[in-house]
Design a protein around this ligand. Structure first.
Ligand code: GLU
Length: 479
C-alpha cells in the first residue's frame, strides 16, 4: 500500500526525488555566503556506481540491479544505508545520498553522505538467496573500492537490518585478510559481531528526543496552541518498521498517546489511545493491524495520516505526503522519521497552515549518530564503558560514603544504586545520542530565529550548507 502510493506520487509530480532535494537546497543556499561554484559542488553527487550482477536463483540466473552513490567526499569515510526495494533507482539513491551529507553535517558526524540500494523485493527470496545477493553486492563494492572503514561505510536502511550488515562485514573481512579495522566497514551489525548496543532503536529514539525537545520549548508550543511537554500529546505513526515501531514505543513510554498507526494493510485509530505492544502482538497473531479491539479500521492506509492528532510521524517511505493530501493533514507537528516523506509542495502547504515540520535530515539522524559510535568502537576495539565503569562506581561509592559520614545521614537503597551506577555501553550511547539531538535542535532553532523564518527544513539546510561549505573552503581545491 505505502510503496504503491510512493511510486504513484513520484510519477504524479513533475520533478524527481533528487530534484526535490535540490529545490530544498536552493531555497536555503540563498541564505548562505558561498560562491556559486562551491554551492554547485556541495549539491552534486561525487560518484555514482550503478552495477548489474548475475545471481543464480533456483535453476535460473537473475540479473540484479544495484547502486552505491557517494554524494560528498568533504569528509571521509562516506556513510549511509543500503535499501532493498523495488522502488530503488538511481535518482532515489542519489537523493538519499545527498540527504546523508546534510544529515551528518547537522549532527556533527564527520562523514560524507552516501547511499546504496538493490532493486529487489526481499520478500521474494529465501534467506539463503538474500545472503548470496548481499555477499555479491558487497564483493562488487570491494572490487571498485567503494567500501572500507576509511572509504565508505554502509548501514541498514529500508528492507535491510543487522543480518545483512553481518554478511557484508564477513564478505569484506574475507576479501581483505588481516585488515585489523575490517569490522568498521559497515555499521548496524549485531552486537555479537562488533555492533554497538542501542543501534537498533537509535533512529526511533532520536525521533523521540528531537520532537520532545521541540515540545519542551514553551514559546514554540504557544505559537502552535499546544501545551509544553510531550505528555498527553496525541500521536499518529505511519510505518511499524524499525524506525516507526521504536519511535512509537518511546513516545508511548514518554507519556504521549498513540492514537493512530498505519501499515501496508491499512490503518487503525482510537482517540483514547492504542497499546503499542498489544497492537504488535495482534499483528503477529493475525498478520494485520486491522480489527484491533477498540480501534476503528481505516481501509486506505494513507488516510490514517489525516486523522486528528498533535504529532504526525511518517516513518515509512518518501513522498507519502504530497500536493494531493497535504491540505487534509491536521497535525501541528510533523516529525519526519522517514527520509523525504514530504514533497516540497506538501512542505509549502503545511507551512502555510502554520505547522512545524521537523525535517528528516535532523530528526532521523539518530541512526547515523549511533553508527558513528559503532564505527568508533570498531576502530578502538573496545566496548564503551569497559575501561571506566568500575572506576566510576568506586569513585561514586567514595563520594557517597564521604557525604554520609559528613552529614550523618544515609540515602535509601534505591538512591544508592542510582548514584553508584557506572555507565554501561547502552547508557553512554543513549546519552551521546540525547546530547546530539538536543544540541543540534537548538542549532537549527537559532538559525531559524536569526533568519526570521518558521521553516525548519530551510534553516537545517543552511546549517548543513554552512558546515560543508566551510569544509570545502578550508580544504581548498585540488590540484
Ligand atoms: N539508513 C540510515 C539513514 O538513512 C542510517 C545510515 C547510517 O547509519 O549510516 O540515516
Amino acid at each position: 500500500m505505502v510503496e504503491t502510493a510512493t511510486a504513484k506520487a513520484a510519477k504524479a509530480q513533475h520533478y524527481s526525488f533528487f530534484q526535490g532535494v535540490e529545490r530544498n537546497f536552493d531555497k536555503a543556499a540563498g541564505f548562505t555566503r558561498f560562491e556559486k561554484g562551491i554551492l554547485e559542488q556541495i549539491k552534486a553527487c561525487n560518484s555514482v556506481y550503478q552495477m548489474k550482477f548475475p545471481v543464480r536463483i533456483g535453476d535460473k540466473i537473475e540479473v540484479v540491479e544495484a547502486y552505491r552513490v557517494q554524494h560528498s567526499h568533504h569528509k571521509l569515510p562516506c556513510k549511509g544505508g543500503i535499501r532493498y526495494s523495488m522502488d530503488v533507482n538511481q535518482d532515489e539513491v542519489m537523493a538519499l545520498a545527498a540527504l546523508m551529507t546534510y544529515k551528518c553535517a547537522i549532527v556533527n558526524v564527520p562523514f560524507g553522505g552516501a547511499k546504496g540500494g538493490i532493486r529487489i523485493n526481499p520478500k521474494n527470496y529465501t534467506t539463503f538467496e538474500l545472503e548470496k545477493i548481499t555477499r555479491r553486492y558487497a564483493s562488487e563494492l570491494v572490487k571498485k573500492n567503494f567500501i572500507g572503514p576509511g572509504i565508505d561505510v554502509p548501514a541498514p536502511d529500508y528492507g535491510t537490518g543487522a543480518r545483512e550488515m553481518s554478511w557484508i562485514a564477513d564478505t569484506y573481512a574475507s576479501l581483505k585478510p588481516g585488515e585489523i579495522d575490517a569490522l568498521g566497514c559497515v555499521t548496524g551489525k549485531p552486537v555479537t559481531q562488533g555492533g554497538v548496543r542501542g543501534r537498533t532503536e537509535a533512529t526511533g529514539l532520536g525521533v523521540f528526543y528531537g520532537v520532545r525537545e521541540l515540545c519542551n520549548v514553551a514559546e514554540d508550543m504557544k505559537r502552535l496552541g499546544l501545551s509544553t511537554g510531550i505528555e498527553g500529546k496525541k500521536v499518529v505513526v505511519q510505518g511499524l518498521g524499525n524506525v516507526g515501531y521504536h519511535a512509537a514505543k518511546f513516545f508511548y513510554e514518554g507519556g504521549a498517546i498513540i492514537v493512530g498507526l498505519a501499515e501496508y494493510e491499512g490503518g487503525i485509530y482510537n482517540e483514547k489511545g492504542l497499546d503499542l505492544e498489544k497492537v504488535v502482538a495482534h499483528r503477529k497473531a493475525t498478520g494485520s493491524i486491522l480489527d484491533f479491539p477498540g480501534a476503528t479500521n481505516i481501509a486506505n492506509s494513507l488516510e490514517t495520516l489525516e486523522q486528528e492528532c498533535d504529532i504526525l510521524i511518517p516513518a515509512a517511505l518518501e513522498n507519502v505526503i504530497n500536493a494531493s493530501n497535504a491540505a487534509r493533514i491536521k497535525a501541528k507537528i510533523i516529525g519526519e522519521g522517514a527520509n523525504g516523506p514530504l514533497t516540497p509542495e506538501a512542505d509549502e502547504i503545511l507551512l502555510q497552515k502554520g505547522a512545524i515540520i521537523v525535517p528528516d535530515m535532523y530528526l532521523n539522524a539518530g541512526g547515523v549518530t549511533v553508527s558513528y559510535f559503532e564505527w568508533l568502537k570498531n576502530l578502538s576495539h573496545v566496548r564503551f564503558g569497559r575501561m571506566d565503569k568500575r572506576f566510576s562506581e568506586n569513585q561514586n561509592t567514595n563520594i557517597l560514603q564521604t557525604v554520609e559520614s559528613l552529614t550523618g545521614k544515609r540515602v535509601t537503597d534505591i538512591e544508592r544504586r542510582q548514584i553508584m551506577h557506572g555507565p554501561d555501553e547502552v547508557d553512554l550511547v543513549y546519552s551521546g545520542l540525547e546530547d546530539t539531538m538536543i544540541g543540534s535542535y537548538h542549532e537549527i532553532r537559532e538559525a531559524m530565529l536569526s533568519l526570521n523564518m518558521t521553516d525548519m527544513r530551510t534553516a537545517a539546510f543552511t546549517v548543513a550548507i554552512n558546515k560543508v561549505g566551510v569544509s570545502y573552503e578550508e580544504l581548498g581545491i585540488f590540484p
